[in-house]
Design a protein around this ligand. Sequence first.
Ligand SMILES: N=c1c2ncn([C@@H]3O[C@H](COP(=O)(O)OP(=O)(O)OP(=O)(O)O)[C@@H](O)[C@H]3O)c2ncn1[C@@H]1O[C@H](COP(=O)(O)O)[C@@H](O)[C@H]1O
Length: 107
Amino acid sequence: MSQFTLADLERIVGERAGVTDGSSYTASLVARGQLKAAQKLGEEAVETVIAAVAGDHKGVVSESADLLYHLLVVWKIAGVSLDEVLGELQRRTGQSGLEEKAGRSRG
Ligand SMILES: N=c1c2ncn([C@@H]3O[C@H](COP(=O)(O)OP(=O)(O)OP(=O)(O)O)[C@@H](O)[C@H]3O)c2ncn1[C@@H]1O[C@H](COP(=O)(O)O)[C@@H](O)[C@H]1O
């Protein structure tokens, strides 16, 4: 099993975001701003969906990696941390997804 975690990737994205010598795709994407980064995230989400629907196992792995990377870049620009998102996921563990959905329509 891989020892690499999303926290490792978050740290790398944070380190590379500020690089100014032209060597970093992350820095170039951050410099282009949230509109571009979010557009890339959307593209990678669609490519993941296409691979999943096609039953393309390797494609789902590859596109999911692109998707997670671009999600972390979007979080970086938005000032959102992995810890915040994990905290939100942890908060939800006390109830089922169906309960959560019902609560949304009530509230
Ligand atoms: N995980 C990734 C990762 N996944 C995808 N990509 C890049 O995302 C881009 C998406 O490809 P596309 O063909 O959709 O886009 P493009 O045409 O190249 O570029 P755009 O002009 O559309 O933005 C490619 O350039 C990929 O290399 C990534 N770039 C970086 N990382 C990680 O970030 C680290 C730092 O990278 P740099 O910032 O480049 O040093 C790397 O070591 C990796 O760990």
